[in-house]
Design a protein around this ligand. Sequence first.
Ligand SMILES: NC(=O)c1ccc[n+]([C@@H]2O[C@H](COP(=O)([O-])OP(=O)(O)OC[C@H]3O[C@@H](n4cnc5c(N)ncnc54)[C@H](O)[C@@H]3O)[C@@H](O)[C@H]2O)c1
Length: 465
Amino acid sequence: MSTKQQGGRTTGKFKTSEKTGASAEKSSSTESNIAPAAGKLGVMVVGLGAVATTFIAGVEAVRRGLAKPIGSLTQMGTIRLGKRTDNRSPLVRDLVPLADLNDIVFTGWDIFEDNVYESAAHAKVLERDTLEELRPYLESITPLPAVFDQYYVKRLQGNHVKKGKNKRDLANQVIEDIRAFKKKVDRVVMIWCGSTEIFIEPSAVHQSIESFEKGLDSNDIGIAPSQIYAYAALSEGVPFANGAPNLTVDIPAMIELSKRNAAPICGKDFKTGQTFMKTVLAPAFKARLLGVSGWYSTNILGNRDGEVLDDPESFKTKEESKLGVLDYILQPELYPDLYRDIYHKVRINYYPPRGDNKEGWDNIDIFGWLGYPMQIKVDFLCRDSILAAPIALDLVLFLDLAKRTPGLRSIGIQEWLSFYLKSPQTAPGLYPEHDLFIQSMKLKNTLRHIMGEDLITHLGLEYYD
Ligand SMILES: NC(=O)c1ccc[n+]([C@@H]2O[C@H](COP(=O)([O-])OP(=O)(O)OC[C@H]3O[C@@H](n4cnc5c(N)ncnc54)[C@H](O)[C@@H]3O)[C@@H](O)[C@H]2O)c1
């Protein structure tokens, strides 16, 4: 569907509302040929645990009118278009052609044989009544055998796994799974909702498609199961999202493959609870030039994710992802007096009684005028999977949109989806934007841009002409 067909908006110009002269002059090839979201969207979920089952059951509950998709920008969000005086704020899904929830078809892999109903019951996120109401549908989704190796997730042991002579063979088996699913649907997106793997540093095997493929043949230890799924997806032109902090597609080989096969990718690790709050509060301190001397973050959680993260090697992967945000937001090199000496600590403690209902505490030591100290305490009693499910939905729908959008599909990394992720992925040499409101603006301006709408800079001088 062209943007012209979608309501006669002008296309072909990169324009701004409340604009600067510079960006007003800039012209770019705005999209006018986004393919329609026709037919079925197949969603292949790796790991059918707490997040995945809450996502799948939630989509089905919304489809049946049992509940609202709260937390989902694609379903409930609006987007301002034009000037503030224009009074145009359609729903996001009325501006861009997104797949309808009724057109989503799920499948997935897990190392356990439990169907989605059984796994959701085990996860204990959703109420029993809700699960019973959805039971036949949830029972109909059974996992395909997984690619798994306990070396990469120490605390898990499952036997619903593929066997193969080497990693290449396993990748080929995943490719076969994708091809079989493609026969039932019109388009496919893959999302990793599997466990956090051990910390892996990028190495020679990750540097090009050729070295990666050699590594698949030689069973290189640097290739984790998540990368075997991602390789299979990108080889098949299937967009890939990563809900965990695993290295997965954050390597040159995958970026190359993503561009080559027009299979969009984005960063990693759903930004849900504590980090979501951190990326709201830290930009506020910086905007007001308040100093931060310490930020201590601790969590208790008792779900399977918590159990996996109890292993130091998996925790290290999560820790890196959670620690990264403050440095980038606070920019101590630009504000040495305010942030040079910050002590930032993150802990996660496995505490079974809480299940999925995590508690995240933050103690923040700040200082103000003349260096006088103050403290802020945040105690977020959240529900991990309830916060993650709408993010999974939005990522899937937006990656599918990117795949259908000529100007986005072959650029590889979709930085505009940073909004959803603790570790946004960026072009080499670019620092990631972690500030939630910059990320939100980037996302919405990308949607305006692909639909030929004016970008919004919030300058607003034209109202005072
Ligand atoms: N819930 C949140 O708020 C949140 C936020 C950010 C990131 N995450 C990440 O999302 C992921 C999922 O979280 P969860 O709470 O659903 O965990 P979970 O333990 O309930 O589910 C993970 C599932 O993945 C399966 N799995 C592991 N390795 C696999 C493999 N190689 N192939 C197929 N299946 C595999 C496990 O058997 C399990 O069923 C975790 O990595 C977690 O760190 C969650």
